[in-house]
Design a protein around this ligand. Structure first.
Ligand code: EPZ
Length: 417
């Protein structure tokens, strides 16, 4: 298992680039299952989670050819509709094949994803939607087993605006008979990106990005070429690095229209932003002010940015209060940050972050994807050297992070163990 060795306190400068979005690419790759034609994707990031999704499609019988950041998929010869536990347990987003398989083949056997470090992560809303579209759904030996003729359109009401739940139901509905209405749909930009690709494949969808999405089923979808949006969470993570290290640098390939809540919080905590073009910004910070954060569904403050901001706020000149409202166990980075001299107290889903003058390098352990990013944000600003172990968590969602950060002056290296 690799680790990062980081010597902190370097001032950073220059230009760092954002890669394609993991959380847009995952449903978009899965959507290739909806057609027997070629789907040619670009701006696909090289990440563990993307490799897992590709392996899953190949296991089903699809052909996937990667070249640089392009991915050429053909799912004409799908031989199996079984998404095996061995693959699904490593990435819960594998549940995203449930919709396309049920929709195109009328059957699917998808392992229950199981929980992960940040929470139980149930898929009951995905399953309820399938049932309301006329599918016969059973849970057998840890698998969701779906059987159905052609899915029928339905009026869906989500208790919670679930992101992958919304994506799955859209992919269930694109080939279903009639008009499906999704009420209380999630509004994340990655959902709009998926819909933009489905529209290019001939789907009939309106309202993506809002809380009511209408999908009129069509007979067939054809192939397409599509460029995946850039990653707003990676961009926000780099902004937290500017905050914690009090540096000024440029960030390229930023999905500027998807960044409002992150930009607002960055400015509120003392950062300044300059928009230099439709995708290039410059960020700088010479102090970190305390701010309060409550995570929320889009367009609110994203839960995927909570850990990274907490790391930066641990060096603020006051006290911040952070409420995590989306996941029940997303404070695992706190114990590790406190080992670096942060002063954070957690009670329930609230963390009180009392800013300290200095963080100190230490041996810390990554526990989940965004927690590991927060340890990097902290280590880059800490006195001395840190070792971050189990960075396989980080490799799930950040492409060549050590290379990108070194290029703007960070003293960071990967040590293979
Ligand atoms: C997506 O996960 C993202 N993953 C997560 O990013 C992100 O944190 C999350 O949305 C929230 O924004 C991908 O897009 C691949 P949810 P998802 O369904 O869809 C509950 C990262 O770091 N819920 O919107 O799994 C659930 O327990 C990852 O990149 C049900 O109760 O999240 C949670 O409390 C982490 N029943 C809440 O809804 C269901 O059937 C939101 O979950 C589904 C969800």
């Amino acid at each position: 298992m690799d680790k990062f060795v980081i010597r902190g306190l370097n001032k950073l400068s220059g230009r760092i680039s954002v890669s394609g979005s993991k959380n847009a690419a995952l449903p978009i790759i899965s959507a290739a299952l909806l057609t027997e034609d070629d789907v040619i994707l670009s701006n696909i990031p090289h990440l563990k989670d993307i490799n897992t999704m590709i392996k899953l499609l190949e296991d089903l019988g699809c052909s996937c050819i990667e070249k640089n950041n392009n991915l050429h998929i053909n799912c004409k010869d799908v031989k199996s509709t079984v998404a095996k536990y061995e693959l699904v347990k490593t990435m819960r987003a594998s549940v995203l094949v449930l919709g396309p398989l049920s929709s195109r083949f009328g059957k699917a056997t998808v392992s229950m994803p199981g929980g992960c470090a940040i929470g139980v992560r149930p898929v009951n809303l995905h399953i309820n939607a399938l049932k309301s579209m006329g599918a016969d759904v059973a849970i057998k030996k840890g698998y969701v087993v779906v059987k159905s003729e052609r899915l029928k359109a339905s009026e869906i009401y989500f208790d919670i605006p679930t992101v992958t739940g919304t994506e799955n139901v859209i992919m269930m509905a694109v080939l279903a008979d009639g008009e499906t209405v999704i009420n209380n749909a999630a509004k994340e930009p990655e959902i709009v990106d998926l819909v933009n690709m489905l529209l290019k494949m001939g789907a009939d969808i309106e309202g993506a990005g809002g809380s009511v999405i209408k999908v009129r089923g069509v007979e067939k979808l054809h192939g397409c070429e599509y460029r995946v949006m850039n990653d707003r969470i990676e961009a926000g993570t780099f902004m937290c690095v500017a905050l914690s290290t009090k540096s000024s640098f440029e960030i390229d390939n930023v999905p500027i229209n998807a960044m409002d809540a992150i930009f607002e919080k960055f400015k509120e905590s003392g950062g300044t932003i300059q928009i230099l073009s439709d995708k290039l910004i410059s960020v700088s910070a010479d102090t970190v002010k305390p701010v309060n954060i409550t995570t929320s569904v889009y367009p609110g403050f994203p839960t995927d940015m909570q850990a990274q901001f907490m790391a930066a706020l641990s060096l603020s000149n006051g006290t911040s209060v952070i409420n995590e409202t989306i996941f029940e166990n997303r404070f695992q980075h706190v114990a590790e940050l406190n080992r670096m001299n942060a002063d954070i107290i957690v009670s329930g889903n609230e963390a009180v972050v009392k800013g300290v003058k200095n963080l100190y390098g230490a041996k810390v352990m990554a526990t989940d994807l965004r927690a590991s990013a927060s340890l990097v944000v902290a280590a880059l600003a800490a006195c001395g050297t840190s070792e971050i172990r189990r960075i396989y968590h980080l490799d799930r969602g950040y492409e060549r992070l050590e290379y990108k950060l070194s290029k703007i002056g960070a003293d960071i290296r990967r040590v293979k163990q």
